[in-house]
Design a protein around this ligand. Structure first.
Ligand SMILES: Cc1cc2nc3c(=O)[nH]c(=O)nc-3n(C[C@H](O)[C@H](O)[C@H](O)COP(=O)(O)OP(=O)(O)OC[C@H]3O[C@@H](n4cnc5c(N)ncnc54)[C@H](O)[C@@H]3O)c2cc1C
Length: 394
């Protein structure tokens, strides 16, 4: 009998999981027929069918990317792999992972993978949901921010982030907000309006007086550093401090810390102190059989403190989880672990930096790319094009 596998979510973690779980013959047309003739697994993905390439959202600010260019219908990609797709939202997981409930149905499985992405700690700072925008909210929210920005002739813009570090790693979006601040600077200069705007970068998670390459890039651009600052509340027209001081802001782009979604935290899954799905070093949900998770919804076992939630980390984690699920379905013990790596290109459009750290000190791509060069803007673009080409056509 074929083993029934359910995958929840159709974002980076889930798609990488599928990619590593199925062996990929070279010719997609051949693979398409082969999978219909013979497959050991009956795989179902439950999600909304829309894949969003989040790393490109900051580039909305410079008009280089838009919703259509970074969103795609993932159903043909799944169909080519003989994977059933259910367009629905999961609301609960029961029976130690064996039953998945959606708004419309109930599905059982022999093995489960959870890749439902982040939930943001909106309640952490009151007013976040009402008075701030975030690139992490997706293309529509970023478009709303851009519309407001385009209506401003002058003003004060606060760009900030807060991290959830309670699980011993960086659950939040620092790099992305640095990128947004630098791209804002670039876009306003292009429109000859930079001198009419103040751009602030704030975060309670950066030590006041912190130095380094990122700080240098921000200072070069005249961005005001509010390192160490956390507002008590976001309010209409600005931010309010704990002592009642009001700071005027015409626009706030802010992203709070990350954890797993509320419904997951209410399900039968174990949850870490920081609010993530609690997994072990094999990507297995602790205490449950044949249940795996990866990506922004889950924590790590013994992570280095610098490791962030990233699509790149989701890939490494999903690879291990896919191999381990295959092993457990074959009656073996999981043995595949994953490396920790922070790797991303900070695109400032007129400049770029490759931010990198790895638990095994391996450099990115054998060091063939420079670490600080405008050419990295093209490299980042190339990664995006390649990945979207793969999803669209292979
Ligand atoms: C602005 C921005 C810039 C970024 N830049 C980079 C970068 O340069 N490099 C990098 O490596 N990473 C970057 N990231 C981070 C990266 O996008 C995330 O780490 C990655 O998307 C996490 O993958 P995921 O699969 O866990 O979550 P997601 O990609 O968010 O996917 C989650 C999936 O689960 C689905 N889902 C959620 N709830 C349910 C439910 N109840 N039922 C069914 N389906 C559900 C969603 O619809 C979605 O399909 C960036 C993120 C942002 C927001």
């Amino acid at each position: 009998m074929k083993k029934k596998i359910i995958i929840i979510g159709n974002g980076f973690a889930s798609l990488f999981f599928v990619g590593y779980f199925l062996s990929l013959p070279i010719l997609p047309v051949f693979a398409f027929f082969l999978r219909r003739i013979y497959s050991r697994y009956d795989i179902t993905v439950i999600g909304n069918g829309r894949f969003v390439y989040f790393p490109a959202i900051p580039e909305f600010i410079i008009g280089k990317k838009n919703k259509d260019s970074i969103t795609l219908d993932i159903r043909p990609w799944l169909w080519r792999r003989n994977i059933r797709f259910i367009n629905d939202r999961v609301v609960d997981i029961q029976d130690g992972g064996r039953t998945v409930l959606t708004t419309q149905g109930r599905y059982t499985n022999d093995a489960l993978f959870i890749g439902t992405g982040p939930a943001f700690r909106l309640e952490d700072i009151p007013g976040t949901g009402t008075h701030t925008f975030s690139p992490c909210g997706g293309p529509d929210e970023m478009n709303a921010f851009m519309q407001k920005l385009e209506n401003l002739r002058e003003g004060i813009i606060y760009v900030g982030f807060k991290l959830n570090k309670r699980d011993g790693f960086v659950a939040g979006r620092g790099g992305q907000m640095y990128e947004c601040a630098c791209l804002l600077d670039y876009a306003l200069k292009e429109k000859n309006r930079r001198d009419k705007f103040e751009i602030h970068l704030f975060s309670p998670d950066i030590e006041p007086g912190e130095t380094g390459a990122i700080t240098d890039r921000l200072l070069e651009r005249g961005i005001i550093l509010d390192y160490g600052y956390e507002p008590a509340e976001f309010v209409e027209g600005g931010l309010r401090d704990a002592d009642g001081t009001f700071r005027k802001a015409d626009l706030v782009l802010f992203t709070p810390g990350i954890m797993a979604s509320e419904w997951l935290r209410q399900s039968c899954l174990p949850i870490s102190v920081g609010g993530h799905i609690d997994i072990d070093k094999f990507g297995r949900v602790k205490g449950l059989e044949n249940v795996f998770a990866a990506g922004d919804c889950s924590n790590h076992e013994n992570p280095p403190p610098w490791v962030p939630h990233q699509a790149h980390m989701a890939q490494l984690r999903s690879q291990a989880a896919a191999k381990n699920m295959r092993a457990t379905l074959n009656g073996q013990e999981p043995s595949h672990t994953y490396r920790f790596e922070l790797s991303c290109i900070l695109n400032m459009e007129n400049d770029a930096m490759w931010l990198h750290a790895a638990s095994d000190d391996k450099p990115p791509f054998w060091n063939i790319f420079p670490r600080h060069s405008r050419k990295l803007v093209t490299v980042k673009d190339m990664f995006e094009r390649l990945y979207l080409f793969y999803l669209r056509h292979l």
